[in-house]
Design a protein around this ligand. Structure first.
Ligand code: DOR
Length: 389
């Protein structure tokens, strides 16, 4: 690849790249200033948090429509949540999903295993039979684990086995009454359990000022915690989103400001999509979620970079470099030896989000008609084009 404009977590330059066997073999930085009207190559994105609904709920999404949606959004690595039908509670089930995605040869996927059996919140003994270090993550995403004793046992097992807990923080006792209290109360409990166990935890889709503040304090104390924020939570407040249903819900401007500050100061480790495709019928019946993997980069680039809150290098770090490292995928920067996974984006021409153009089966978005910047023109995995607009 000759004379291209590359930007990653630290670089912003014109360059020649040599790609062989799917890897970056050589990078020659060139003299000269990039032409800002020309497309830019970034490291392809990694999503720590998405729902492909396969098996069992494939009328909403399946591994193929999900993979096509991912590459259309500029993603080549995706971490899938286990709230399918049945719930993924074993390594064998996880490998089946990963193998079927690998055969499509569009993205690399990791299928997360549930941290309680079938996400019932009662029993985590299945984790004891999974060999230490054999899976990166466990999660009951979609629900919190309400029983304190079960959650404490999960911390202890995961510490011993080196599994990272990806926690959906929502105390169901408070959900009908107060979704802020629901997120905050469980976040505070799990910070205490983390400290007590000497373990580690990753907080999914953090959305409140209280939760992000508590996480920042825990990090300052040296606890091993990480967290992610979703594009939708920083783009719209609840009113702007017309109270579109998502869990956790859209919040207010003070929450948004605190989440963005967390991105600026390093409290937030990654931006993940929580891509949650649903049919119109399921949405009408109250399903939570946004089909978000195809709009994530544009929403973040428009709000955070064009809005003057983050540099594009910081955004690349949050959407690619750090989540790739957390998923243990050798991509996420322009470095010799890394996999040649790139996304070519147009940063200067505005476009309008139209859900009918989504490759995802889920057309559920509160961003219909929204003008944004940062269209994905091409996605490349291991040197091969997997999506072209
Ligand atoms: O909005 C959401 N949708 N939040 C979740 O935690 C679960 C997800 C889903 O599976 O639909």
């Amino acid at each position: 690849m000759k004379n291209i404009h590359i930007i990653d977590d630290t670089l912003d330059a014109m360059a020649d790249l040599v790609i062989e066997n799917g890897l970056i073999q050589r990078i020659d930085i060139l003299d000269g200033t990039p032409d800002p009207s020309q497309p830019v190559y970034l490291p392809a994105f990694t999503d720590l948090h998405a729902h492909f609904r396969d098996p069992g709920l494939t009328y909403k999404e399946d591994v193929e429509s999900g993979s096509r949606a991912a590459v259309r959004g500029g993603y080549t690595a995706v971490n899938l949540m286990p709230n399918t039908l049945p719930v993924v509670s074993s390594v064998e089930q996880a490998r089946d999903v990963e193998d079927r995605i690998a055969q499509l040869d569009l993205i690399q996927a990791n299928q997360v295993v549930s941290m309680t059996l079938n996400e019932h919140g009662q029993d985590c003994s299945h984790l004891r039979s999974i060999p230490a270090g054999s899976i990166p993550f466990v999660s009951d995403d979609g629900k919190g684990v309400n029983r304190d004793d079960v959650m404490e046992e999960i911390f202890n097992i995961c510490k011993e086995k080196d599994f990272l807990i990806m926690a959906h923080e929502e105390d169901a006792r408070y959900s009908p009454q107060d979704l802020r209290m629901a997120e905050n109360a469980m976040t505070f409990r799990d910070l205490q359990l983390c400290e007590k166990a000497g373990g580690s935890i990753h907080f999914c889709h953090v959305s409140t000022i209280e939760a992000i503040t508590a996480i920042a304090e825990a990090k300052a104390k040296g606890l091993r915690v990480s967290c992610e924020v979703c594009p939708h939570h920083i783009f719209f407040n609840a009113e702007q989103a017309n109270y579109y249903r998502v869990a956790p819900p859209f919040r207010n401007d003070a929450d948004i400001a605190a989440l963005i500050k967390g991105m600026q100061d390093g409290t937030v480790d990654a931006i993940s999509t929580d891509h949650a495709p649903h049919t119109p019928e399921d949405k009408a019946n109250g399903a939570n979620g946004i089909s978000g993997i195809e709009t994530a980069f544009s929403l973040c680039y428009t709000k955070l970079v064009r809005g003057g809150f983050l540099t594009i290098n910081q955004l690349v770090k949050l959407m690619s470099t750090t989540p790739s490292a957390m998923m243990r995928v050798a991509k996420g920067s322009f470095k010799v030896g890394m996999r040649a996974d790139f996304v070519k984006v147009d940063l200067t021409t505005p476009y309008v989000i139209r859900s009918e153009e989504f490759a995802s089966r889920g057309k559920n978005t509160p961003f219909e008609g929204q003008q944004v910047y940062g269209r994905v023109l091409e996605t490349i995995k291991a040197g091969k084009t997997v999506y072209k607009a």
